[in-house]
Design a protein around this ligand. Structure first.
Ligand code: FE
Ligand code: ZN
Length: 531
């Protein structure tokens, strides 16, 4: 009765502090080090967690309101899209293969990110970092759900969208994104944030989301554009967490600088290798192109990344070690990757095709220093095979055209990034880059000096990588009724059966696909109805 209630309105900053830092306490029954055992072992020294700043100052209460509002809008658009057969509005059915790749390789990463942030949200002993990580954990779970819902409409009308979860764990090229994230979330909490929040979300995210989302807009895919926008506002918060974490570590103690630098070197390179799939998607899988991978790299990596690292120089941080090689790769990686997927178009879970004459002209214009010199001839050669044309040059005279070329041999994979050995030497685009390390009596193979160096820093961890091609040849990706030692054994056929990929239906050449035929038929029907 006697207590006087002071009605004092707190400012935004104080209210945020009361809602977040005010909820934090120092443990007394058990020492803090025992309750939070993880944020020390990486060697990062933190003197004062209160120096952690949260520029967004979002409370949980406001967070739920914002997010539910966004979800309501998003699901209204998705419903309308489904009811109006929005998928028939895309440029052509080839486009849907970019969505398949997205759903197979990117959407599961959202779920991994959710788990990773939930984990570090528990492990940091500082309240500011914990709150930011917890909110991001919820965001990422939402991204996984909205992407799955938005793309589920396509599963009604297109092949190759039915078993993404099984594929993510077993399909060879999915191991590239999967191993990236498993390496990150099995690291300590500070390395996880450097990997995901800084190197991926702050430095490289525009290279993933901008091409995909403007690609979707250019190709008439409204549902993808909408989930992209819905995720974008979260993304700016996530990027802030990335840069905040880096600056915080660097400002807290000089011993942190070399540790952070090593992580930046590692995760920039791993992120760059992962983006090979995006580069390929952008240059080859969008029927209507937005910009080339090379242009995107110059805009989002070279220009803005360059400025970022100039800014971080005051802490003693330099450009990531692989920077120059990544910049050189902008002329090559999309062509090298699509050439590989084209050859393995019978072993993937989407369709592949040769770029048309117009598309090759576009590529030659965008890549004046590499396309005609190194890549056009490959496509011409495969075209000749596909069309059963007779040999056209002296060199081809012993090479009868046998139809659409599918490579029956499985490639060697890089132990670290898990991309097949398809990249070339820096400075020489005619030689495959290949590195090898012997460790504890075993040989390990790498696509580049950078992946080799990453392995050298953590061989105990990275020697345990689950490499799909090794697993297939060891018989671990076969259905149970198969004897891998039997003479007629076909690793690719059995692998597809194990994966639940229907040969020729979920994969193979686009030109002869059911996806293409169905899309044409449904478009025709819609046109007739409109008359
Ligand atoms: Fe996300
Ligand atoms: Zn590699």
């Amino acid at each position: 009765m006697d207590t006087r209630v002071v009605k004092k309105k707190l400012g935004l900053k104080d209210r945020y502090a009361a809602n977040t830092r005010g909820l934090h306490w120092e443990t007394s029954y058990q020492p803090m080090d025992k309750v939070f055992p993880m944020d020390r072992f990486e060697g990062i020294v933190i003197h004062d967690w209160d120096k952690w700043e949260d520029p967004f100052r979002l409370t949980m209460d406001a967070y739920w309101k914002y997010q539910s509002e966004k979800d309501r809008k998003l699901y209204a658009v998705i419903d309308a899209f489904a009811q109006n057969h929005g998928d028939l509005g895309v440029t052509d059915a080839r486009y849907v293969n970019a969505l398949k790749l997205f759903l197979q390789g990117v959407t599961p990463l959202e779920y991994y990110a959710h788990r990773g942030f939930a984990h570090v949200g528990r492990q940091f002993s500082g309240a500011g970092a914990r709150v930011a990580a917890q909110m991001q954990a919820v965001d990422e779970l939402r991204h996984f759900q909205t992407e799955t819902h938005a793309l589920s409409h396509y599963n009604k009308y297109f092949n190759g969208l039915h078993s993404n979860n099984h594929w993510f764990d077993n399909l060879w090229y999915c191991s590239v994104p999967k191993s990236f994230f498993e390496d990150a979330y099995s690291a300590g909490p500070f390395e996880f944030l450097t990997a995901v929040s800084f190197s991926f979300e702050y430095v490289l995210t525009n290279l993933l989301f901008v091409p995909f989302m403007s690609g979707a807009a250019h190709n008439g895919d409204l549902s993808t554009v909408t989930f992209g926008f819905s995720a974008q506002s979260d993304e700016s918060r996530h990027m802030t967490l990335g840069i905040e974490c880096i600056k915080f570590m660097l400002e807290q103690d000089p011993v942190n600088v070399p540790i952070v630098q090593r992580w930046i070197d590692k995760w920039f390179w791993r992120g760059y290798r992962l983006l090979t799939l995006v580069a390929m998607m952008q240059d080859y899988m969008l029927p209507k192109r937005v910009m080339s991978w090379k242009e995107a790299w110059e805009m989002y990596a070279e220009a803005s990344g360059g400025a970022l690292f100039a800014d971080l120089a005051r802490y003693g941080i330099r450009l990531p070690k692989g920077w120059a090689d990544a910049c050189e790769g902008k002329d090559h990686i999309s062509h090298q990757a699509w050439s590989t997927f084209y050859q393995y178009g019978h072993a993937a879970a989407f369709h592949t095709w040769l770029p048309s004459a117009d598309e090759q002209a576009w590529l030659a214009g965008k890549y004046p220093d590499s396309f005609d010199q190194h890549y056009r001839a490959r496509f011409a050669h495969w075209q000749r095979h596909a069309e059963h044309q007779p040999p056209q040059t002296e060199a081809e005279k012993d090479d009868p055209a046998q139809g659409r070329w599918f490579n029956q041999f499985l490639p060697m994979l890089c132990q670290v990034c898990q991309v097949p050995m398809l990249f070339t030497e820096p400075g020489d685009a005619t030689r495959i880059c290949f590195r090898q390390t012997d460790w504890r009596g075993q040989q390990y193979h790498f696509c580049s000096s950078h992946c080799q160096e990453i392995f050298g820093d953590e061989p105990e961890k990275l020697s345990q990588a689950w490499l799909p091609v090794h697993q297939i040849y060891q018989g671990n990706c076969y259905p149970e009724d198969v004897n891998p030692a039997s003479p007629g054994d076909s690793p690719v056929r059995e692998m597809l059966r194990y994966l639940g990929i229907n040969p020729g239906e979920d994969n193979g050449d686009f030109d002869t696909s059911r996806d293409r035929a169905n899309f044409a038929k449904r478009s025709q029907r819609k046109a007739t109805q409109a008359k």
